[in-house]
Ligand binder design. Structure first.
Ligand SMILES: [Fe+2]
Ligand SMILES: [Fe+2]
Length: 266
């Protein structure tokens, strides 16, 4: 929870569906709203997985929260959605504590991981869309990141019907970051949702809307019970409403940009 009055952040963890925990760090953007940065842990009956490792600046908080959920030594897989630093910053610190964990991701993640992040090749395992990761009582399907880019992968837990997304489906928050989307005023949520998608995905207004609707309809067809984005409260009560919201995002009216800082007014 971010305490605005004290300007402090605390990393929290909570179980939001069977065996599935969110680790949440509320990053206060300079003079702006709050960007939730989540990681997820599923403790399966046979294997354990962590999705993303958070920003380097919060590695200590991520590790403390992870340790409250499970012993990092028991991690089998660390799935990386993509290689932005808010998603992989804590990787090296966590790998030190998780000697048997394999880093899992798509080919771009592997390429960047080996060349830029110095992940030893023997610790990496590449996966492709449609493949399934079996944790025993949870089966996760690797999904293309339908609303992001070719460098990113998502996961769908067929057991709990949780769709784990990365930057997509996030929502900037104003004031506090609650655990669940339904705890946020719906107008504020919709505004933070549209702002975040537009900040990340500049091509949204230029998309072919029929294809975009096709993507959303694919997700609608999956009987999704939860959407767990790295950058937003968990969506659980109004999943279909969030798909509707996403469908409206390309045409969403956003607040105007703030004025240029005084330094530019020469
Ligand atoms: Fe990103
Ligand atoms: Fe991100």
């Amino acid at each position: 929870m971010f305490d605005v009055m004290k300007g402090k952040t605390v990393t929290t963890s909570y179980e939001f569906t069977n065996d599935t925990h969110a680790i949440s760090f509320p990053y206060a953007m300079p003079e702006g709203p709050i960007l939730p940065i989540n990681q997820f842990v599923i403790r399966g009956s046979e294997k354990n997985i962590m999705l993303d490792t958070g920003p380097l600046l919060n590695a200590e908080g991520t590790i403390a929260a992870l340790s409250s959920v499970m012993n990092p030594q028991d991690l089998d897989y660390i799935f990386l959605t993509h290689m932005d630093l808010d998603h992989v910053g804590g990787l090296h610190e966590i790998l030190k504590l998780a000697p048997k964990a394999r880093v899992v991701g798509n080919m771009t993640v592997m390429g960047k991981g080996l060349s830029m992040y110095n992940i030893p090749p023997h610790r990496f395992a590449a996966v492709f869309p449609g493949q399934e990761i079996n944790l025993g009582n949870h089966v996760l399907r690797v999904e293309e990141s339908l609303l992001e880019d070719g460098h990113t992968s998502w996961l769908f837990d067929k057991t709990t019907r949780t769709f784990f997304t990365s930057d997509g489906f996030g929502s900037l928050q104003f004031g506090q970051v609650p655990q669940y989307a339904e705890m946020v005023d719906s107008n504020a949520y919709a505004q933070g949702f549209a702002m975040w998608q537009h900040m990340n995905f500049h091509m949204l207004p230029r998309l072919d809307m029929s294809q975009f609707r096709g993507i959303i309809n694919y997700m609608r067809s999956l009987d999704v019970r939860q959407i767990a984005s790295v950058h937003g409260p968990i969506v659980r009560e109004s999943v279909q409403g969030i798909f509707d919201l996403m469908e409206d995002v390309p045409g969403a009216e956003l607040p105007p940009h703030p004025e240029l800082p005084a330094i530019f007014h020469l």
